[in-house]
Write a protein that binds this ligand. Structure first.
Ligand SMILES: *Cc1c(COP(=O)(O)O)cnc(C)c1O
Length: 377
């Protein structure tokens, strides 16, 4: 049962009162409850989760780490940071862990923003950016997107005297757009070193080798850069909340000042360590995603639906020509047992974001979409 709307105006600071809390994808259990559906028959393609689940090695590591639960986790995450350092070819003191990489994105805001500062990000940029900026009472500089992607030249040009932070998602969620290595390199060269740049690479493991930015090479040249990554997507550990970033030691030390104590739990650390070693699982996740992207995009094309070609594990597809289309088609899909992601909160009210699932899940989604769009397709 929904509770009455809560008035928070008595306590909140003015900028906090303007925040609309982050809304995640609808959980399977919630839809099952609402519509009296069998949870087993519901397909959730709403949160860019890994349809293969998690690495068996990571699962075993979690079970093994259960016994550590009464003790606090290693706040330094020594073993995991050493391993991540080797993985990225940087010293361990270049690595900072987060409770998911959203935590890293937020730490950057906490470390450098305040009411006297501004932050640059792109229209259609990941929704955590405006939330972290607003929380700090800082000003937003939202740069219009170009072909749904980041206009990096315009973003560099938008930097003002009070700008202290820029977020770049590559690829971006929810659009799936990618900037090339050269474009990112030129962007970093154009941004003054006093401005911190967060390069959010949550989907990097899904990229083909030729599409990848050599972020670590750029990091060596730019002490103002933070490269963030996550175990939530290709590694399939979204529920454990673990992510990380690489940055120069001075920047890493700055982030550690605002990092919440014990933000990476022991099971999360153990799972991440094991997941890093399971390259076979990662390869399967990558390959399944590549096939699924092709499956979804060719089905959308065959239905005459416009979509944004994606480099992530999701596709943004236009489901109608009026501003209620996204919400309408989303509700109709829910009644078919398919959970997609409405993106009106990004200003994309004619579109839905569909995460790549297994071949069967993708097919279910496409069939449901055909059914819902009916005679018009
Ligand atoms: C999913 C996502 C993240 C990370 O989420 P966490 O679960 O907090 O690691 C970060 N950036 C983008 C663009 C994402 O889509």
């Amino acid at each position: 049962m929904a509770s009455a709307p809560v008035t928070t105006a008595r306590w909140g600071s003015p900028h906090v009162l303007q925040i609309s809390p982050y809304v995640g994808g609808k959980p399977i259990s919630e839809l099952a409850r609402e519509l009296g559906l069998d949870p087993a028959g519901i397909v959730k393609l709403a949160s860019n989760e890994n349809p293969l689940g998690m690495s068996p090695a990571a699962r075993a590591a979690v079970i093994d780490a259960l016994g550590d639960t009464p003790r606090y986790p290693d706040n330094d995450a020594w073993t995991l940071r050493q391993t991540l350092g080797r993985h990225l070819d940087v010293p361990a003191d270049w690595i900072v862990l987060g409770a998911g990489s959203s935590d890293i994105l937020d730490m950057a805001a906490r470390a450098v923003l305040g009411p006297d500062a501004s932050c640059v990000y792109s229209q259609y940029g990941f929704l955590v950016y405006p939330l972290s900026v607003q929380k700090m009472g800082a000003r937003h500089i939202v740069v219009p997107a170009r072909d749904h992607g980041h206009d990096l030249a315009a973003m560099a040009a938008a930097v003002r005297d009070d700008t202290r932070l820029i977020y770049v998602a590559n690829p971006n969620n929810p659009t799936g757009t990618l900037a090339s290595h050269d474009a990112i390199a030129a962007f970093l060269a154009a941004v003054p070193e006093r401005v911190v740049v967060v390069l959010d690479e949550a989907y990097v493991e899904y990229l083909e080798p030729e599409d990848r930015t050599d972020a670590i090479a750029l990091l060596r040249r730019h002490p103002n850069l933070i490269v963030s990554r996550t175990f939530s997507k290709a590694y399939g550990l979204a529920g454990l909340r673990i992510g990380y970033c690489a940055a120069h030691p001075e920047m890493a030390a700055l982030l550690n000042r605002v990092r919440a104590a014990f933000n990476a739990g022991s099971m999360a650390q153990a799972a991440a360590l094991a997941a890093l070693g399971d390259t076979e699982f990662l390869r399967r996740s990558h390959d399944l995603n590549r096939a699924g992207l092709a499956q979804l995009q060719s089905a959308f094309a065959a239905m005459g639906l416009e979509y944004v070609p994606s480099k992530g594990n999701f596709v943004l597809v236009r489901v109608g020509d009026d501003d209620a289309a996204g919400a309408r088609v989303d509700s109709a899909l829910l009644r078919q047992g398919v959970i997609a992601r409405p993106v009106a909160n990004y200003g994309l009210s004619r579109w839905l974001r569909v995460s790549v699932g297994t071949e069967a899940e993708n097919a279910r989604c496409v069939d449901a979409l055909r059914h819902v769009l009916g005679g018009t397709r």
